[in-house]
Design a protein around this ligand. Structure first.
Ligand code: UDP
Ligand code: MG
Length: 332
C-alpha cells in the first residue's frame, strides 16, 4: 500500500493503527502475503510527519516503510514516487489517502477483485454525504466536465485504486511531467472494475487541497488529456468567419436602404471578418501546438496485453516479473 502524506501528523498514528488491523485480517484470510508492506510517502511535510513514519518503521519494520521526498512535490507526484519505488517489489499495489476518507474496508473487496482477474480496481465513491455542498458540487462538476472534454476518467473515483504489477510496469512507460493519474490509468487499459464505498469525513487535520490547488488540478487534468479547448478556438473562428458573411449582407442592406452612418458598413464588415480569421488562424496554430504537446509526452503508442505462442518470448524474458504475474492471475 502506498500512502501519500503531507502534513498529516494528526492522522498518521490512527491511520497506521487501522491499517495494521486491516493487514492482519487480510493476512488471516490469506488474501495477502505476510511480506506485504505499507509505504508512507512523506511529501515534504513541514510538521513531524516524517518522524512519525520513522518511528512506525522502527517499531514494525516488517509492516511499515517510508519514502521521504526532498520537497513538496504534490499529491500526484508523491503517489507516483511511491508506486515506482514498489513496482518491482510487489504483485499488487493500492494507493490510498492518509486521512482515512477512503474506506479501508473496501480493500478486502479490491484484493478479491484482483484475484478474479482484474488488473485495475477503482475505488468509487457511492455517496458524498459528509462532503460540503461546495466540495460535492465542484468535484462532481469536475468529473462531468472532464468527460465533456473527452478525457476518459472514472466518475467519482479519486486516487483510491488497486493496480497490479503489470499495470505499474506500463505506467512507468508514461514519461509525462504533468501527472494526472486518474486519466493515465484508464488509458493503460487491461481488465478493470470498480468497488464502491462511502467517503467519510477527514479523520483529523485540514484538507491539503484548498480551492487554489483544486482549480489548478482540474486545469492540469483537462489540458493534459484534451486538446478540445484548442479545437474550440478553431470552431469559434470558423463560425465567426461564416457570420461575417451575414454581417456583410446586413451592412450592404443597411447602406443601400440609407440608414447606415458613413464608414459604419466597412467597420462592421472588417471587425467580423478579421476577428473570425484571426481566431481561426490561432486555432490552426493551436492544432499544431496540440500535436507537439502530444509528441513531447512520449506516451507509449501501444501496450501489449499478451502474446500467443513464442511471439513474445523475448519480451517476456525481459519482463520475467510480468510472466510470473500473468500465470499467477490466471492460476488463482
Ligand atoms: N497530499 C500530498 N501532497 C500534497 C497535498 C496532499 O501528499 O501536496 C496528500 C495528503 O496528505 C492526503 C492526500 O494527498 O493523503 C489527499 O489530500 P487531502 O485529503 O488533503 O485532499 P482532499 O481529500 O481534501 O481532496
Ligand atoms: Mg482527504
Amino acid at each position: 500500500m502506498v500512502i501519500p502524506c503531507y502534513n498529516e501528523e494528526e492522522v498518521l498514528s490512527e491511520t497506521a493503527a487501522r491499517m495494521r488491523d486491516k493487514y492482519l485480517s487480510l493476512e488471516q484470510q490469506k488474501l495477502i502475503s505476510p511480506e506485504s508492506r505499507i509505504v508512507f510517502v512523506n511529501d515534504g511535510s513541514k510538521d513531524s510527519t516524517w518522524d512519525i513514519i520513522k518511528d512506525l518503521h522502527a517499531a514494525s519494520p516488517e509492516l511499515f516503510s517510508g519514502i521521504d521526498l526532498a520537497h513538496n512535490s504534490g499529491h500526484q507526484n508523491a503517489v507516483l514516487a511511491g508506486l515506482m519505488t514498489v513496482k518491482d517489489l510487489c504483485d499488487i499495489s493500492i494507493t490510498m489517502d492518509a486521512d482515512l476518507q477512503d474506506d479501508i474496508n473496501a480493500v478486502d473487496e479490491m484484493v478479491k477483485k484482483y484475484y478474479e482477474g482484474n488488473q485495475v480496481v477503482y475505488g468509487v465513491r457511492s455517496a458524498r454525504k459528509t462532503d460540503t455542498f461546495f466540495k460535492k458540487f465542484t468535484a462532481e462538476s469536475f468529473y462531468k466536465f472532464m468527460k465533456l472534454m473527452g478525457a476518459d476518467v472514472v466518475y467519482n473515483h479519486a486516487d483510491f485504486r488497486l493496480m497490479s504489477r503489470r499495470v505499474l510496469e506500463e505506467l512507468s512507460g508514461f514519461k509525462e511531467v504533468n501527472l494526472f493519474l486518474r486519466g493515465m490509468v484508464p488509458l493503460i487499459g487491461f481488465q478493470s472494475c470498480s468497488v464502491f464505498y462511502e467517503r467519510s469525513e477527514r479523520f483529523a487535520g485540514e484538507s491539503k487541497y484548498p480551492l487554489r490547488k483544486m482549480i489548478s488540478f482540474a486545469v492540469n487534468g483537462i489540458t493534459s488529456f484534451s486538446t478540445k479547448p484548442l479545437k474550440f478556438i478553431t470552431a469559434t473562428g470558423f463560425i465567426m468567419s461564416v457570420m461575417s458573411v451575414f454581417a456583410f449582407i446586413w451592412a450592404f442592406v443597411a447602406k443601400f436602404a440609407g440608414f447606415a452612418e458613413l464608414g459604419w458598413s466597412s467597420l462592421l464588415c472588417s471587425i467580423w471578418l478579421i476577428g473570425g480569421l484571426q481566431l481561426f488562424c490561432l486555432g490552426i496554430i493551436g492544432e499544431y501546438v496540440g500535436k507537439i504537446y502530444a509528441e513531447v509526452k512520449h506516451r507509449p503508442r501501444f501496450i501489449v496485453a499478451d502474446f500467443l505462442n513464442d511471439l513474445g518470448a523475448e519480451f517476456l524474458d525481459k519482463n520475467s516479473g510480468t510472466t510470473e504475474h500473468n500465470s499467477q492471475t490466471n492460476g488463482q
